[in-house]
Structure formats: C-alpha cells, structure tokens
Design a protein around this ligand. Structure first.
Ligand code: ASP
Length: 328
C-alpha cells in the first residue's frame, strides 16, 4: 500500500517537474539563432516563402532565423534530418504538400511522416502553373497535346524529384494525357526554371511563387493553372480541368514543423512567431503579388496542420497509385 502511494506521488512529482521544466525552457526560448530547413534549392518557391518569413519571425523571437537548404530526394532528406534533430525548437522544417505525398511515392522513408513531427501551423496555399520554354513550339494546351502525341520521345518535363509537388503535377498530367514524358529531376524548381528559361528543358509545373514573375514578363509560355477555379492574377488563363484534364487540382500548401517531442510551450512560441510573420504588411503584400494565399488564422494552428497532413496522406495515396506513381 505504502509502495503504491509512493509510486503515485512519484508520478505526480515527475509530471510537475516536467511541466515546470517545460515552462522554464519556453520562458528562455530562444537563446540562440534558429534554423529553418528548406528541403529544396535556393531560388525556388519553398525557399522564397522561408526567406520572407525568416525576418519577421526572427523579430518576434528576438533571435535570427537562419534559412538552410538541405536538398535532394524530393524533400525527404530534409524531412529526415529535422525528424532526427534535437527536440528543442532550434531546428525547424518548412515543407509543402510533398510531406504528405512522399509516403505514397517511396517504399521506405527513414522517418515516420505522421509520428516524427510536432506540427506548428499551416503557412500558405499556392496555385501552380504548367509552363513551357519560349523555344518550345506549342503555344496553347491544344497544340501542346498534339505536339506531345507526335514527339513523345523528345518532350522533357522538369521536376524537383519524387516527393516534390512539381513531380506530382507532372505525374498527374502525363497520366491523364496517357504519355509518359521524359522527366528531368532537379534539386528544386529554382534551378529547373533557370534551365527552362535557357531552353534546356521543355515543360515545368511550378508554383506561382516562382513562375508569375516570368509569366508576367513573357519569358515563358503558359498552358494552364492547376486550381479548380481561375486565378485572380491570371483571369484569362484556363484551368487544366477546363482544358480537358478532368478533375485536375493541386494546391501546394506549406506547413512548419519541429521534431517530435519539442516542448509544447516552445511550439506555441514558434507558432506565435509564424502568425506574427504572416500578419506583416510587407510579407502580405509580396505574397499577394505572387497569388500566394496566406492560410486562414484557424489553419495556422498545430492541430489544423496535423489534421491537414493526416487527411492529405490519405487523399493522395490512391491518386498517386492510380497515376502509376513510382516507388524508389
Ligand atoms: N516547387 C518545388 C517542388 O516542385 C520545390 C521548390 O523548389 O520549392 O516541390
């Protein structure tokens, strides 16, 4: 009896100590710079969002937020790195929809998508555009489909690797068209777009964060947008669905993550910093210019992001399988 009572008190004491130590950690946090890991190359959409947020988040936290690009394998290298980082809030992962499509694309991942992260909040929702090099002969979707039929072996489609949303978009496009084009993987769509501008690759499906500037300056050809409705910034450009690609819809949502086990007061503080950054007038204006929609305040929460990832993992697995998604 006495032993049982002692056990009970020890348990309460243990809970009290961990609550108090979490509070102390959160009060002090952060005492040094944080690192936000971007799973793709510099100059791409994820990198752009990270760099826009880093400064105001740092302002809120009173510490610098460094941006580090840890590239390769469609974002899974970075996700694994953050999953295995110290659980102290100093190493964060910014990732897009790819965090939830990778489990269907890879037979084995070195991390557990649903159990290895603390969710901080959803950040943005980004439409995508199917664009082509200026040297590429077709000028619209109709011409593109005819050209692809006639030049199956010649047409190249860039992406940022399996797990990247550009690869998902390319995969859905080729599966609907029924012709497997030659895929050219990059470590991010920053370098992919450079090659597209240079004419080394023909097609790329990428976020407006990266493409809108080139579309506006007429440096690329535009074949359609991946959303279910037309974009306010490109009202005359039809969606892929309108052009015969039935039910085609991809929105590249982004979220912020920490390693599982990061104390919840620390997660809360980072969440507040994220919220603060997304209210920053300069951040808002820049994202608005690029047709990037800021997540609603109720979506910017840990629980909303958790539900989103869980739902998206479920949603994409059968779609990827039906589209013949490849497993590495
Ligand atoms: N947009 C890229 C992708 O296809 C990633 C990036 O470079 O941000 O996933």
């Amino acid at each position: 009896m006495l032993i049982l009572q002692n056990k009970k008190y020890l348990k309460i004491l243990f809970v009290l100590i961990s609550v108090l130590s979490n509070l102390c950690v959160a009060q002090d946090f952060p005492t040094k710079p944080l690192t936000m890991i971007v799973p793709f190359s510099a100059g791409g959409p994820t990198d752009s969002v990270a760099r826009l947020l880093a400064v105001p988040m740092g302002k809120y936290l009173g510490q610098t937020v460094l941006v580090e690009n840890s590239v390769g394998a469609g974002g899974t290298i970075a996700a694994n790195k953050v999953a295995k980082s110290p659980k102290d809030g100093y190493t964060l992962l910014i990732h897009h929809i790819g965090i939830s499509t990778a489990p269907a694309l890879y037979a084995k991942l070195n991390y557990d998508t649903l159990n290895d992260f603390e969710y901080i909040g959803e950040i943005v929702n980004v439409p995508m555009t199917l664009i082509g090099s200026k040297n590429f002969p077709p000028n619209n979707m109709q011409e593109l489909l005819v050209y692809i039929q006639k030049n199956k072996d010649k047409v190249t489609l860039a992406n940022a690797g399996p797990g990247a949303v550009s690869q998902l978009c390319g995969m859905l496009f080729t599966s609907q068209v029924g012709i497997p084009l030659t895929q050219v993987p990059y470590k991010g769509t920053g370098p992919a777009i450079t090659d597209l501008l240079g004419g080394q690759v023909d097609l790329l499906c990428d976020q407006t964060t990266n493409t809108l500037t080139y579309i506006r300056s007429d440096k690329v050809k535009l074949f359609g947008v991946t959303t279910s409705k037309r974009l306010s910034t490109l009202p005359n450009v039809p969606t892929l669905g309108e052009q015969g690609l039935k039910g085609f819809e991809i929105v590249a949502w982004h979220g912020l993550y920490a390693p599982k086990g990061t104390p919840s007061p620390v997660v809360e503080k980072i969440n507040k910093a994220l919220h603060f950054a997304l209210m920053d007038p300069d951040v808002k204006a820049r994202l608005n210019e690029l047709n990037v929609e800021i997540a609603k305040p109720e979506e910017q929460t840990p629980s909303a992001l958790k539900s989103k990832v869980e739902a998206e993992v479920k949603k994409w697995a059968p779609i990827i399988k039906a589209a013949g998604g490849y497993i590495e």
